[in-house]
Design a protein around this ligand. Structure first.
Ligand SMILES: Cc1cc2nc3c(=O)[nH]c(=O)nc-3n(C[C@H](O)[C@H](O)[C@H](O)COP(=O)(O)OP(=O)(O)OC[C@H]3O[C@@H](n4cnc5c(N)ncnc54)[C@H](O)[C@@H]3O)c2cc1C
Length: 324
């Protein structure tokens, strides 16, 4: 059943957080930075490389995300490409390069997809530049899923790029009503597919709106991916999905290296290690960079406990200021 948090607060948090004045205030609060540290490796490339090294040493694979989204500025899109080329260069020196344990994740809107006239072309070419650099350095690429209005175009771009880079992966969101069909198509074509529940505020016309419906959809999609020809990437911290993935992998006769669990940096780290120690492939998604706000808000909106943690830290700070 959907809780009041999911049906009322979650969409309000996601929508309100997009307002510039809230964003400006929230990003300036020192307490925000403290909470952000739980979910983001840091602002610099050195920060993310340290987190990558620690994860690899702990037996995990990684996916590095340079934070940023929805730019309508060509120069910003070009800066994002440069950031990826730079981090790829530094990742290629790691021992794990070429082993499939290194990956970068991209958002097409950070590469210019929302630019008014040439958005699609620019995002495609920018993504192609990053795919080529990653390919030559033995690093995988997966394209993240954003809000539903961008899905059809993103999947078109992925189909186009997969002609040259067939190991390019993408994300499908189980909360979207269309996703079961998308899973069928991409599972048949042998793609790497990261299946997640979905993190944006979406209308009921395109998305399931109760937990139970989203979970059922996730399980149906997972079954399709596990029985398909591709490489399923099970992006969930939910114990039910984790167990179902293992049962379905067994049922479909998959070897441990033909699929993987994925979780976000800072979330259920003990479970990540437990699964890896038990012989599963586990990849941790590690975001870094100065544009952490959108990512941070989605993590707050996912879980009442995260929002409470943030509000409590805020209240403590205000209490201290009043007493100072
Ligand atoms: C590798 C990866 C990539 C992703 N990429 C995308 C993407 O491209 N597009 C997109 O829309 N979404 C993306 N997501 C987010 C995803 O859609 C969900 O919003 C998120 O993973 C929470 O769903 P869940 O499956 O973990 O299950 P939930 O039912 O939300 O959570 C299950 C349990 O996991 C833990 N948990 C979950 N979220 C949090 C949190 N924020 N903080 C602390 N504990 C938590 C809690 O213990 C919770 O009880 C990604 C998730 C992962 C793991």
């Amino acid at each position: 059943m959907s809780t009041a948090f999911d049906s009322i607060l979650r969409p309000v948090i996601l929508r309100a957080a997009a307002a510039d004045h809230i964003k400006n205030t929230a990003t300036r609060l020192p307490v925000t930075a403290r909470v952000v540290d739980r979910f983001v490796a840091g602002e610099t490339q050195d920060d993310v490389l340290s987190a990558v090294a620690a994860s690899l040493a702990g037996g995990l694979s990684v996916s590095v995300d340079h934070l940023g989204e929805a730019t309508v500025d060509e120069a910003d899109a070009a800066a994002t490409v440069r950031a990826y080329l730079s981090v790829l260069e530094s990742m290629s020196g790691l021992e794990a390069s070429g082993s499939g344990r290194l990956e970068v994740s991209l958002k097409l809107t950070a590469l210019g997809q929302s630019l008014p006239r040439h958005g699609r072309k620019m995002a495609t070419e920018n993504a192609r530049t990053i795919c080529a650099a990653a390919h030559s350095r033995g690093v995988l690429v997966t394209i993240d899923a954003e809000d539903h209005s961008t899905v059809s175009e993103r999947l078109d771009i992925v189909r186009e790029l997969r002609r040259d880079f067939d190991d390019l992966g993408t994300v499908l969101q189980a909360y979207l009503r269309r996703t079961e069909d998308d899973c069928r198509e991409f599972a048949a074509s042998g793609a790497r597919i990261r299946l997640c529940k979905g993190a944006y505020a979406e209308p009921p016309s395109v998305a399931f709106d109760t937990h139970a419906q989203v979970d059922d959809s996730y399980l149906r999609c997972l079954r399709i991916l596990m029985h398909g020809n591709g490489h399923p990437m099970v992006a969930s911290h939910d114990p039910t999905m984790i167990e179902a993935a293992q049962a379905l992998a067994h049922e479909s006769g998959r070897s441990p290296e033909s699929w993987e669990h994925q979780m976000l940096f800072g979330i259920r780290s003990d479970e990540q290690r437990r699964l890896a120690d038990a012989g599963a492939q586990v990849r941790v998604y590690i975001p870094y960079g100065s544009q952490w706000y959108g990512y941070f808000v989605r993590r707050l909106a996912e879980r009442p406990a995260n929002l409470l943690f943030f509000l409590r830290a805020l209240a403590e700070r205000q209490g201290k200021q009043q007493h100072a």
